[in-house]
Design a binder for this molecule. Sequence first.
Ligand SMILES: [Zn+2]
Length: 374
Amino acid sequence: MGVKKVITCALGFTLLFSAGFSTSGMAAETVPGGPSTNGQLSYDSLVTYEDMIKMLKDIEQTSKGKVEVFTLDQYGKSEQDRSFYAAKVGTGPIKVWIQAQIHGDEKLTTRAVLDLLKTFGSSGSKDVEAILKNVTIYAIPMYNPDGSIMNTRSTTLYENGEPKLGSNGKSLTIDLNRDWAEKGFKAKESLVFYKYWADVKPDYAVDLHHQGFKTVYGTNESTTMSLGVSLAPNGPTLPSVKNYNDVTRQMQVYVYDALKDYGYMHIDRYQVGSGEKRYEIDIKGGVVSAMMLGLNYNNLNPTHHSNPAIFFETKGNTREGNLGQKSNGYLTKQNYLGLKAILEGIASGKVNSVDPNRWQEIPAYPLAGYQKDY
Ligand SMILES: [Zn+2]
């Protein structure tokens, strides 16, 4: 399938992905969300841009049209002129936006979205059908294809097919998750997805990321996933934004309850910092923050549509080459199960009856303050 087996890291070393791992038929043979045979995971879980396109087309075909796959070319292309791919599945009135890999070195997230589309498109099981009757999923498996190919968190601005240079002679890079801001939209990616979002007007969003390594507060357990909101619950901004302080906490609790009893998952709240000094993030230029704030950039969202959003942060990233080969399958499955849980909670309405104050039950370090971008 032309799978690239070599990924050159930003640090300049090379990871060889071929020896000893299955390379065939990734789309057809892999159990959705699960590790491959013999407990050894194929590095095929690190889906390339080309793989993603093939897999999406395969998913669309096997789903017999239940999953619609399309490009966003009508809105534009990436800085390096690549098409963005999106997919839609479900017939319900509640629209849920799921995006992955806005940071190009956070790769397992893409696989989780593809697994979700594959399962939801063809399973026919009662629980999945119940979700799809009430929800329509708008999925973006790879928000930052250029960054994914470069294996960088950010993307690089281009002009006439060449990297744009700053006054210091270095190429200009943009963190796409800080670019939905009044003074942002510097990268083409941002405007394409913003226009698409303003057209879709989702009711909820989930954003998938990776983070570094940490331990669950008060334990020696390595955190496998953190649940977060890019405008801190009970922080300086969110309590005055509609009912999102409650809804985002309910969403997190719902996912936490669904995942906390799996022995291999160690879930906590997303915080940044190190040691005992941990901060909640409160960033307004983050994509899902701007969604919650109902940003109306260039009058493209004149009704000030907004929606609540949470994110998942899986441990490890491929820039630092620290994704353990054996754990990849579990980390992908964790994302898949978290997505399935929140979709079920939204579809059934059960998420609305969660006590938002139970958010305090999700393990977290004592709050040292807020990290802001304003
Ligand atoms: Zn990220």
